[in-house]
Design a protein around this ligand. Structure first.
Ligand code: 2AM
Ligand code: CA
Length: 277
């Protein structure tokens, strides 16, 4: 893809993310509807839907032939018909949006022929923009992000979005994380996967692990970590897909092999079963 086109996609992704963030901040202190998706711990608000619609309208105005995969499913076409697909999460960390009013983000990725081309994650409450173009590096606002510092696993600040559900226990993940927590410097759980992956790229966290995420949670963050020089794969070491669920390991490259090996050797890992949850 021509560099000029990639720049245009990135510029629109940034414009969409900032407009989405502004709308979410405006709506935050007005009454809005909150609904349960699958359970009381899986929320969706009227703001998620309104913000997704805003982003879809902005994308289709400029690129009517592009496909869109959004968490709230508001795109009317079939994204598998398009060569270029935008993957959006209007609010990643809806629970934080509702409870904390911070620690949530807008995640927008552009994939071309199945490959990540552009990734943008915007934190509206801190006005922080993480962005990357394939082959052109990753940035936090104007600062280039480079994971050049060597980090040992025992010095690492690790993050997860572990779900304490039956499936997680069945895979032994509760035991692993208990043990892993004693092996690394400390563990964190922030509640917005897109933001947590971006923090890994920025060196604020050293690694992020999840048993299962959706493509709109990791689509942009994956490219931002890779462009900062980090490693991101599934727990089994496979490249992350753009159109289906996956487990995720993203980290500073210096301990990737050790961390992935540790997870694999301590847990019964059947990736297709993890995905099918
Ligand atoms: P979401 O807020 O867009 O749903 C929370 O730990 C992280 O996992 C968030 O990025 C959240 O994204 C994501 N997530 C995906 N499915 C989830 C679920 N069923 N319950 C809680 N968080 C979920
Ligand atoms: Ca969401």
């Amino acid at each position: 893809m021509q560099p000029k086109v990639l720049e245009e996609w990135k510029d629109l992704a940034i414009l969409c993310a900032k407009s989405a963030g502004k709308l979410s901040l405006e709506k935050m202190n007005q009454p809005y509807e909150v609904n349960y998706k699958t359970s009381a711990s899986d929320l969706v608000t009227a703001v998620d839907e309104e913000v997704e619609q805003l982003v879809i309208d902005m994308i289709l105005k400029k690129y009517p032939d592009h496909g869109i995969i959004g968490e709230e499913n508001r795109f009317k076409g079939d994204p598998s018909d398009a060569e270029t697909v935008w993957i959006i999460d209007p609010i990643d960390g809806t629970t934080n949006f509702v409870h904390q009013q911070i620690n949530y983000s807008v995640s927008i990725a552009v994939y071309h022929k199945g490959e990540a081309a552009v990734g943008v994650v915007y934190d509206p409450s801190r006005d922080e923009l993480f962005h990357a173009i394939k082959g052109k590096g990753a940035f936090l606002n104007d600062r280039k992000l480079e994971l050049t510092r060597e980090v040992k696993l025992e010095e690492a600040l690790l993050c997860t979005s572990l779900f304490w559900n039956k499936k997680a226990e069945q895979f032994g993940i509760d035991v692993i994380f208990k043990e892993l927590a004693g092996k690394v410097r400390a563990m964190r759980l922030l509640g917005s996967a897109a933001l947590e992956l971006s923090y890994v790229a920025a060196g604020r966290l050293d690694g992020y692990v999840s048993l299962q995420l959706n493509p709109w949670d990791f689509g942009a963050g994956k490219l931002i970590i890779e462009e900062a020089g980090g490693k991101v794969t599934s727990m089994g070491g496979k490249p992350l897909p753009f159109n289906e669920k996956s487990s995720v390991v993203g980290c500073n490259p210096s301990f990737y092999a050790e961390l992935k090996g540790y997870i694999r050797s301590n847990m019964f890992l059947n990736e297709s079963a993890v995905k099918d949850e």
